[in-house]
Design a protein around this ligand. Structure first.
Ligand SMILES: C[S@@+](CC[C@H](N)C(=O)[O-])C[C@H]1O[C@@H](n2cnc3c(N)ncnc32)[C@H](O)[C@@H]1O
Length: 256
């Protein structure tokens, strides 16, 4: 067993996270730079260090999850959601079941609520937002962000749904109330069914082909016929029909 394989086994036992389902070269590079910075020689030593030091384990979790996010990330795609996808979904169903999967620190589910508020009162909007990383979820729940996270937010939305507080922006409670945050591992936990919309962006890039394949199958099962999967702007699905997906627009797949 290689040094890294041993590490994968130990981490799985300790945290239930299966690093074997993440692209190896990329993950190894990120973790190696962390352990070297902390003065360890190899993955085995690094793991022993984590057993002694909870802070190091937290640092590892932080490094492996990559929480970067922002509001209205790839703005043009959100216009498609607003102008094309939501009008169609709302014609079919007034009460939408929506899931922001791998939501990180909350920018994505809050953006969904802001976009959908063009059509529905906030009291009728309910979004499930999940992530593997509990620290990210805790931040998401606070709803406080630095200005750079808001770079793509349209001015009118910024004025309507954020309160400026010193160097930070606070998402208003009326938006926060639309989102329920929960811990969920896409590689392991069961998926709820009957979604109208699943937004899962900028996480599939980290997974192996086998892991991606399984997740797309799970998403397909979790959507109602006509429901939509919205993916990240580098995450085109190459064989959508394998998962019963039709291309509704670039980066939007509807279940056949
Ligand atoms: C780069 S962020 C993407 C955030 C947001 N979706 C966006 O596009 O801005 C990737 C997120 O995926 C989460 N993640 C990684 N592996 C996961 C897994 N197995 N299950 C659920 N979330 C996972 C990480 O914790 C991180 O918050």
């Amino acid at each position: 067993m290689t040094d890294y394989e041993g590490f994968i086994t130990n981490i799985k036992r300790k945290t239930n996270i299966d690093l074997a389902l993440y692209k190896e070269a990329q993950m190894k590079r990120r973790l190696t730079s962390l352990y070297e910075k902390r003065g360890f020689k190899n993955f085995n030593d690094f793991y022993k260090g984590m057993e002694r030091d909870q802070q190091l384990l937290n640092e590892f979790l932080d490094r492996m999850t990559i929480n970067v996010s922002e509001f209205y990330r790839n703005g043009k795609r959100w216009e498609v959601l607003q102008n094309k996808i939501f009008p169609r979904l709302l014609k079919e169903n007034r009460k939408l079941k929506i899931w922001s999967a791998a939501c990180s620190t909350g920018e994505e589910p809050y953006t969904i609520a802001m976009v959908l508020s063009n059509y529905l009162p906030l009291s009728q909007i309910s979004i499930l937002a999940t992530d593997l990383d509990e620290n990210a979820i805790a931040k998401a729940k606070t709803g406080i962000y630095p200005e750079r996270s808001l770079a793509e937010v349209p001015t009118a939305i910024k004025e309507k749904y954020f309160v400026k507080n010193g160097m930070f922006y606070q998402v208003k409670d009326e938006i926060k109330r639309t989102v329920t945050f929960r811990k969920h591992n896409l590689l392991k936990d069961p998926y709820e069914q009957n979604y109208d919309l699943i937004v899962c962006r900028n996480v599939m890039i980290y997974f192996t082909e086998e892991a991606k394949d399984q997740i797309y199958l799970n998403f397909s099962k979790a959507l109602r016929p006509g429901g939509v999967l919205f993916v990240g702007s580098t995450e085109q699905i190459f064989n959508p029909s394998k998962y019963s997906f039709d291309i509704e627009d670039t980066f939007f797949y509807s279940k056949a």
